[in-house]
Design a protein around this ligand. Structure first.
Ligand SMILES: O=C(NCCO)c1cc(-c2ccc(F)cc2)cc(O)c1O
Ligand SMILES: [Mg+2]
Length: 214
């Protein structure tokens, strides 16, 4: 059956994007996924909302759950100040292998640590393994039924502090109903919905920004 969809996306990046130029990597992926074959990147409708939240937070420590091919990893890492770190977690080794190469093509490998494994297993180990006390910013884009258990885990592991910002993809499509109900009704979060579109389509989707109140 030849190359996988992520591998075909990687080839498009290697062919069309300039090494060390994150914007050209983003543009190459968006062009490929809009005109050749769809893929589940946060994309160029929701991407600018992600950019604006990352720029506003300007995190020293950031966590991404669900790397996939590294598109949002590149979007986030390109905006980080010198010395800031992004940890990105991916369960699927085939996705992780492609993501490493796309992140490297963008020249952002020194700002990004890609960890392979399940978020539920890795989150409790982050403090000891990376010497991180808390995250300023968390982007949730992995299995939709893991959003809620994983933020509860982040809370319990003391990895969130007053002002930590969570940004969740796909809260409408595919949807994360339990997560939304929790962050919108918990006194520990201040939540805000940013309406947009499912990547490369006209279907509704959006991002939910939730500030941890401590
Ligand atoms: O599952 C997802 N992510 C975790 C992967 O390890 C995911 C799925 C979709 C999507 C898929 C199929 C469809 F029909 C509609 C949406 C979109 C996304 O942005 C996503 O992040
Ligand atoms: Mg997504």
């Amino acid at each position: 059956t030849g190359l996988s969809r992520p591998q075909r996306m990687l080839k498009a990046v290697q062919k069309n994007a300039t090494k060390g130029d994150p914007q050209s990597v983003i543009a190459a992926i968006d062009y490929y996924c809009r005109h050749k074959e769809w893929a589940m990147n946060v994309g160029d409708d929701k991407g600018p909302i992600l950019d604006s939240v990352v720029s506003e937070v300007n995190p020293s420590t950031a966590l991404e759950l669900g790397t996939y091919c590294g598109y949002s990893t590149v979007r986030i890492a390109r905006l980080l100040s010198p010395g800031s770190k992004l940890i990105t977690v991916e369960f699927n080794p085939a996705y992780a292998a492609v993501a490493r190469q796309i992140i490297a093509h963008a020249g952002l490998q020194n700002k990004v640590t890609l960890v392979e494994g399940g978020s539920g297993d890795l989150i409790p180990k982050i403090k000891e393994q990376f010497g991180i006390t808390s995250f300023d910013f968390v982007f949730l884009d992995h299995w939709k039924d893991r959003y809620l258990p994983d933020i509860k885990l982040l809370e319990d592991c003391g990895l969130l502090k007053k002002g930590s910002v969570l940004l969740a993809d796909n809260v409408i499509c595919p949807g994360t109903p339990e997560y939304l109900e929790y962050v919108r009704n918990s006194p520990r979060y201040k939540s805000q919905y940013f309406q947009s579109y499912l990547e490369y389509t006209k279907a509704e989707d959006g991002l939910e920004k939730s500030v941890f109140l401590g």
